[in-house]
Ligand binder design. Structure first.
Ligand code: OOG
Ligand code: NI
Length: 309
C-alpha cells in the first residue's frame, strides 16, 4: 500500500477515504443503513464488505479508469473484464492488497473489499443520449481526475441536469440516468455473507431475515442469483430513492443506492478443509456476468415500482 499516512485515530489515509464514501452512502440510503444496523446487531457488529461498486460514463477519460486510478495507487490489482452487450456496459474488478486489519475490524476497517467499477459504452448510445452525456462530462472538465474525492464528498463533478435530460436518458438506459444524478457515489456495498458469524452466514437465511424484516429484494431472474459453477451466490435490495432538485427547478425522486449480499462457497479442491482453516482465498473469487446483469436491475423502474406497489 502506497501511503502509510495515519490520521489521528490511527486509521490509514486510504481507509479514511473509504469511510467518507461509506458516510455519503449511509446518509442517502436509509434501507442500506437500516440493514447494516440490523445485520450488525445480529452479529456482534462484525460485518465484512465483499465489494464496493461504482458506475461511470465511458467517455473522454470519465470511465472506469478515472476511479480505478485511486484504488491502483493504494495497491489494488486489476482483474477480469465483464461485458454486458445488451446494456452497453463494461466492467472491471480489482482485488485488494494484502494488508493487515484488526481482527475486530468491521466494514471499512475490516478486510479490504474488492472493487467493481462499470462504465457506459457511450459511443454505442443514440445521438441524443450521447449529446447529454457529453454535455455533462465536458462541464465536468478535469473532474474525472478527482473521482475518488467526488465520491468521498458526495458531490457531482458536473452541474445538476434538467429533469427532461434525466428522463431522456432513462428511456434509453436507466444506468445512464442513474449515473447522471449520482455521479461517482457508491452504487452499493456488499455484505460478505459467509464471513458473518451467526446463522445468517447462509445467504438463504440472510435473504429470509431481510424479507421478514420488511425489506424488498430485487426479484429479477429470481431473488438468489447463482453462478454457473454454483459457487457465487448473490442477492440485493431494491434501491432507495431520494428527492432530487433538477436545475430547471423540478423536484422528483430518483433512484440512489442499494445493498447487496454475497456468499462465496469453497472451491472444489478445498471443500474438505476444516472450517477454522478456511481463508477467503479458498473460496470462489471474482464476479459473474449472468449474476451481475440481474443485479444491475436493482436501480430499475421495474424493481422500484414493485416497492411502491
Ligand atoms: C453493479 C451490478 C453488478 C455484482 O456484484 O455483480 C454487481 C451495478 O449495479 O452497478 O454489483
Ligand atoms: Ni455487486
Amino acid at each position: 500500500m502506497g501511503a502509510a499516512v495515519q490520521d489521528q485515530e490511527g486509521k490509514s489515509f486510504f481507509r479514511s477515504i473509504l469511510a467518507s464514501m461509506e458516510d455519503v452512502y449511509l446518509s442517502r440510503n436509509r434501507t442500506a443503513k437500516a440493514i447494516l444496523e440490523l445485520v450488525g446487531s445480529a452479529n456482534n457488529d462484525q460485518i465484512c464488505y465483499d465489494h464496493l461498486a461504482f458506475r461511470t460514463f465511458g467517455v473522454n477519460g470519465h470511465g472506469i479508469d478515472s476511479l480505478a486510478r485511486f484504488f491502483l495507487d493504494f495497491g489494488y490489482t486489476q482483474r477480469e473484464e465483464l461485458r454486458f452487450p445488451a446494456k452497453k456496459l463494461k466492467a472491471l474488478w480489482y482485488s485488494p492488497p494484502d494488508v493487515p486489519y484488526l481482527d475486530s475490524g468491521s466494514r471499512v476497517n475490516g478486510p479490504l473489499p474488492r472493487i467493481f467499477i462499470s462504465e457506459l459504452l457511450v459511443d454505442q448510445m443514440s445521438p441524443k443520449t450521447q449529446e447529454i452525456v457529453r454535455k455533462y462530462t465536458e462541464i465536468s472538465g478535469t473532474g474525472n481526475k478527482h473521482a475518488a474525492l467526488a465520491s468521498a464528498l458526495g458531490s457531482l463533478t458536473w452541474e445538476k441536469p434538467k429533469h427532461s435530460e434525466f428522463e431522456e436518458l432513462a428511456r434509453e438506459s436507466e444506468y445512464a440516468a442513474w449515473t447522471l444524478v449520482n455521479g461517482y457515489a457508491v452504487n452499493h456495498v456488499t455484505i460478505s455473507a459467509h464471513r458473518l458469524k451467526s446463522h445468517l452466514r447462509d445467504i438463504k437465511s440472510l435473504d429470509r431475515f431481510i424479507e421478514d424484516n420488511g425489506f424488498k429484494l430485487n426479484s429479477e431472474g429470481g431473488v438468489l442469483k447463482v453462478s454457473p459453477d454454483g459457487l457465487l451466490l448473490q442477492s440485493s435490495t431494491v434501491a432507495d430513492t431520494i428527492s432530487f432538485q433538477f436545475s430547471d427547478n423540478i423536484k422528483d425522486s430518483v433512484p440512489c443506492s442499494y445493498i447487496e449480499f454475497a456468499e462465496r462457497l469453497l472451491l472444489p479442491q478445498y471443500k474438505n478443509l476444516p472450517e477454522n482453516e478456511v481463508k477467503e482465498f479458498h473460496r470462489r473469487d471474482g464476479f459473474e456476468v449472468g449474476n451481475a446483469d440481474k443485479i444491475f436491475e436493482s436501480t430499475s423502474k421495474d424493481q422500484l415500482s414493485r416497492i411502491a406497489a
